[in-house]
Design a protein around this ligand. Structure first.
Ligand code: NAP
Ligand code: ZN
Ligand code: ZN
Length: 351
């Protein structure tokens, strides 16, 4: 065991603060990573504040981790000291069920181990995430980050990136398709970039007038202000695929109506309360409403390699660790352009 410092929430209504804890020593299959940067996902905020009603305190959030390998176990073959690596939302799974065998560890039938707030398979209670100086992870759940990418701007690829990449690939989004992305936050802005890179005609739906120009800059062919009923009415029945990345409760039926016959709306945003679905929107045009959870390890590596090849990263605003509460408040106001990333050099060395 070695001593580590992180930032933890201790209750749903308590601000995050410095927290001392221990990490396991490097086992034969493990990689110890000195964390350089950690992205701030809206899920961190949902979890820290117990909005999904399953948080175990103290909770050290953070699942968009980029760092350098500091030590490797004796059986580790994939990584060497000094390598630029990433860790996303998963640090383990059963590895034996049908989903794990299909490389879809996020749908592990036994239950994947989350990078934080997960049940540690190394028998040490609950996992602690990337708002910390270091992490120890089994090599099978560590990703190679292309050295050509800015490591801070690559961090959000580990969750926002893969969560949008996976459904776009699964539903085979590509040329000749009109694709909608709903909500220009961390996930949404990666969705716009990827849908564009995959060759689709991309339409961004946003509630924020201030993000219209950015939507075009990031790759959207058109931007629709979703609060404008006339603009929404013009889009009815025109979409093959829509990816909804909104973090709060909102009217998804307004988007189901925009799908063509047999079109699909995939929900990746995870508001704390259920979203009512109009059955008639679905059955009138045999539309599909689906969900998607992050992505498997192999497809996360595929996404990182694609980003390396095409020079794709996140648009980020760097913060210090002690600015996290302000960043959360800004996320709640949709005032994020387009991912906060914590510079781990700002983490205190002791508590
Ligand atoms: P974020 O950066 O805070 O972005 C969310 C965006 O949603 C906002 O920027 C805003 O965009 C829009 N929005 C917010 N409130 C809204 C409202 N009341 N009505 C309409 N639009 C609203 O969040 P994120 O990190 O991208 O995460 C988005 C959601 O995905 C969260 O719920 C998160 O937990 C979830 N998530 C799911 C997965 C998964 O595996 N499925 C993985 C990661 C995250 P505009 O200003 O453009 O309207
Ligand atoms: Zn996330
Ligand atoms: Zn499994």
């Amino acid at each position: 065991m070695f001593a580590c410092v992180g930032y933890a929430a201790t209750a749903a209504d308590a601000p995050l603060k410095p927290f001392a804890f221990e990490r396991r020593d490097v086992g034969p299959e493990d990689v110890r990573i000195d964390i350089l940067y950690c992205g701030v996902c809206h899920s961190d905020l949902h979890q820290a504040r117990n909005e999904w009603k399953n948080t175990i305190y103290p909770c050290v959030p953070g699942h968009e981790i980029v760092g350098r390998v500091a030590e490797t176990g004796s059986w580790v073959s994939k990584f060497r000291k000094g390598d630029l690596v990433g860790v996303g939302c998963l640090v383990d799974s059963c590895r034996e069920c049908a989903s794990c065998k299909d490389g879809l560890e996020q749908y592990c039938e036994v239950g994947f181990v989350g990078t934080y707030n997960g049940e540690d398979r190394h028998g040490r209670g609950i996992t602690f995430g990337g708002y910390s100086r270091a992490v120890v992870v089994d090599q099978s759940f560590v990703l190679k980050v292309p050295e050509t990418l800015d490591p801070a701007a690559a961090a959000p690829l580990l969750c926002a990136g893969i969560t949008t990449w996976s459904p776009l690939r699964h539903w085979k989004v590509g040329p000749e398709q009109r694709v909608g992305i709903v909500g220009l936050g961390g996930l949404g802005h990666m969705g716009v970039k990827f849908a564009k890179a995959l060759g689709a005609e991309v339409v961004l739906f946003t509630t924020s007038q201030s993000k219209v120009a950015d939507g075009i800059r990031l790759g959207a062919h058109e931007v629709v202000l979703s609060k404008d009923p006339d603009a929404m009415a013009k889009e009815r029945g025109r979409f093959d695929f829509i990816l909804d990345a909104v973090a709060a409760n909102h009217d998804i039926n307004a988007y189901l109506d925009l799908l063509k016959r047999d079109g699909t709306l995939v929900q990746v945003g995870a508001p704390e309360t259920p979203l009512p679905v109009s059955v008639f929107s679905l059955l009138m045009k045999r539309r599909n409403f689906a969900g998607s959870l992050i992505g498997g390890i192999a497809e996360t590596q595929e996404m990182l390699d694609f980003c390396g090849k095409h020079g794709i990263t996140s648009d980020i605003e760097m913060i210090r660790m002690d600015e996290i509460e302000g960043a959360y408040e800004r996320m709640l106001r949709s005032d994020v352009k387009y991912r906060f990333v914590i510079d781990m050099a700002s983490m205190p060395e002791t508590v």
